[in-house]
Design a protein around this ligand. Structure first.
Ligand code: PGA
Length: 255
């Protein structure tokens, strides 16, 4: 059985300790009553320590939104896996907003190195994949997403793959208010993403890896995604920035 995960991606919001702690404290009572679903908060780097202090006594996990693949070095402005190990359980890798940064962003090779580094330091990657609107309209989703999964997971062991999290986030659905159809997301996750994992790492890893859907998920839409057999939760951006995020998580619990 795969334990559902709902991860909050705060992006470049709520980066002051007072505002980040206030939001988490407002949600904690409601979130701690929900045992069936694991919750992770991925805030900006500036408040990881502040939230670590608030969350250490709770079951709510903490995640970073990116990291460098090297332990240390002359990389101004970067954050190393060593700095995150012990502070976070999760790290979002290869978010489309970072892949879109071109030369300075996440190439497939860089993401693959980061995935390896996350496992080496005991961090669970939340590996983001997903097609853009042109690929979606041309029917190229399966080939493109499969390629992203294969390249990100090169050199990883089946056991590591089994423990990792993949987030299927169609780029056209992110922040657009137009979520994917749950049945379509279920198909891409089941056939394309689990299929790619099965081909490379075996059926056991494919059945163990948790795969989330992300892109304009709301409290009103989450149940439709959770009802799908291949979807193990969600990566939530905009709807995770308010105390009502706790209602979204509550709505994800199977009735
Ligand atoms: P959204 O963002 O929920 O605001 O669409 C999701 C994401 O980018 O992870």
């Amino acid at each position: 059985m795969r334990r559902p995960l709902i991860a909050a991606n705060w992006k470049m919001h709520l980066g002051r300790a007072d505002e980040a702690q206030a939001l988490v404290r407002a949600m904690m009572p409601a979130l701690s009553r929900i045992e069936q679903i694991e919750v992770a908060i991925c805030p900006p780097f500036t408040v990881l320590h502040a939230l670590f202090d608030v969350l250490r006594s709770s079951a709510i996990a903490l995640g970073a939104q990116n990291m460098h693949s090297e332990d240390k070095g002359a990389h101004t402005g970067e954050t190393s896996p060593l700095m995150l190990a012990g502070l976070c359980q999760y790290v979002i890798l290869g978010h489309s907003e970072r892949r879109a940064m071109g030369g300075t962003g996440d190439t497939d090779e860089a993401i693959n190195r980061k995935v390896g580094a996350s496992f080496a330091h005991g961090l669970i990657p939340i590996l983001c994949v997903g097609e853009d609107s042109g690929q979606h309209e041309r029917g190229d989703t399966d080939v493109f997403v499969r390629g992203q999964v294969e390249s990100a997971l090169q050199g990883v062991t089946p056991e590591q793959v089994a423990s990792c999290v993949v987030a299927y986030e169609p780029i056209w659905a992110i922040g657009s208010g137009k979520a994917a159809n749950p049945a379509d997301a279920n198909r891409t996750i089941g056939i394309t993403i689990r299929g790619a994992v099965a081909d490379r790492f075996g059926e056991e890893a494919a059945q163990a890896v948790r795969v989330l859907y992300g892109g304009s998920v709301t409290a009103a839409s989450i149940a439709g995604f959770m009802a799908m057999p291949e979807i193990d939760g969600a990566l939530v951006g905009g709807a995770s920035l308010k105390p009502e995020f706790a209602e979204l998580v509550a709505a994800a619990v199977p009735s």
